[in-house]
Design a protein around this ligand. Structure first.
Ligand code: SAM
Ligand code: SF4
Length: 339
């Protein structure tokens, strides 16, 4: 009788210098976008990365294989606008097949989602985050500089129809811009199983209009909602990440908060970000980057790429510095980092 081989134990992420387990990779697949949200991009856009400077699909797949070999299990694709990159569903299919990746999701502005949702779902996208900062078409134009509101709402419906679950709506709350719509967004969760998440407005590249007074803290949003509703229950939305999820009694969906400005979630941070041109960022707000594209392009062995990722994990800072005197806006706009 032959002895049974011991089962290979799977690694579960990489522990950084501050005892956090890093097992979540966010990859920006393009820096291009079909909207020009004022808080994210200047009107003229940003100088695009050359075609050759962007990670190719096979390079992204290699990167994800290396991350999975370290025990990364969660993966999110973002942008720019990921749906403008041709053949995205093919990439998703190959990423979904990487052994160890259990949670594959996408952040999109929804403009191209109506036509792509069924294919994306088939390719492996179970969960999706759609960004929408207003429910008023005229205001949508003011915020995004594009007249595409109806496309986004059609995209949300298509995501629900395709069976993606959860479908999350991300709203960046800005005082004097859209904070009068908080209750309208809460009402969106009444009949539809949407998860609406209020995000604090973050400072990024210098000209994004950020001022501390414009930030509506999660605590303030919650207290405004509590004046009208009894928040009944904490629900555990899969992949809730740094957001806390709550439900209003009788409502089909849920609400959540992402509070990068008012309360650090840095001590629970579990992620690395990779920009479309192949630079690893340990923190959204830190411009320290490690350039991984060259070794991906040279098709170095997975182990070598994994070592590079491990090095990036070890360089993660303990926390961002938004709330202390040392904070400097980061050099890259959010569209180049992926949010
Ligand atoms: N284009 C896609 C989208 O809009 O969903 C993906 C990329 S976008 C950079 C990712 C997320 O970052 C979006 O939810 C967007 O609202 C958010 N974001 C961009 N700039 C932000 C800022 N200054 N403060 C808070 N969130 C921001
Ligand atoms: Fe484009 Fe998303 Fe930035 Fe808006 S937030 S400009 S949709 S990348």
């Amino acid at each position: 009788m032959t002895a049974k081989k011991p089962e290979k134990t799977r690694k579960s992420g990489v522990t950084d210098r501050y005892a956090r387990t890093i097992d979540y990779l966010r990859i920006s697949v393009t820096d291009r976008c079909n909207l020009r949200c004022r808080y994210c991009m200047p009107e003229e856009g940003i100088p695009s990365i050359s075609h050759d400077g962007i990670m190719r699909y096979e390079e992204i797949t290699l990167l994800v294989q290396a991350a999975a070999s370290l025990g990364f299990t969660k993966l999110r694709l973002t942008g720019g606008e990921p749906l403008v990159r041709r053949g995205l569903a093919d990439l998703i299919e190959s990423l979904a097949a990487v052994d160890g990746i259990r949670d594959l999701s996408l952040t999109t502005n929804g403009v191209l989602l109506a036509e792509q949702a069924p294919r994306l779902k088939d390719a492996g996208i179970g969960r999706i985050n759609i960004s929408l900062d207003t429910l008023r078409p005229d205001r949508f134009y003011t915020i995004t500089r594009r007249d595409l509101f109806d496309r986004v709402t059609a995209g949300i419906d298509a995501a629900l129809d395709s069976g993606m679950d959860p479908v999350k709506i991300n709203i960046v709350v800005m005082r004097g811009v859209n904070d009068d719509e908080i209750m309208d967004f809460v009402l969106l969760t009444k009949d539809k199983p949407l998860s609406v998440r209020f995000i604090e407005f973050m400072p990024t590249a210098a000209q994004n209009g950020w001022e501390r007074d414009r930030v509506v803290s999660s605590a303030e949003v919650l207290s405004r909602i509590r004046k009208q509703y009894i928040i009944e229950e904490v629900v555990d939305t899969p992949g809730a990440g740094p957001s806390t999820d709550l439900r209003i009694d009788g409502f089909a969906g849920s609400i959540g908060f992402i509070s990068p400005v008012s309360s650090h979630f840095c001590d629970r941070c579990n992620r690395l970000r990779v920009t479309a041109d192949g630079r690893i960022r340990g923190c959204l707000f830190s411009d320290d980057e490690l350039y991984i594209l060259p070794i991906l392009r040279q098709r170095r062995p997975v182990g070598e790429i994994a070592d590079f990722l491990r090095e990036a994990v070890m360089k993660k800072p303990r926390s961002h510095t938004i709330n202390d005197g040392r904070f400097k806006n980061c050099q890259r706009p959010m569209s180049a980092i992926g949010g």
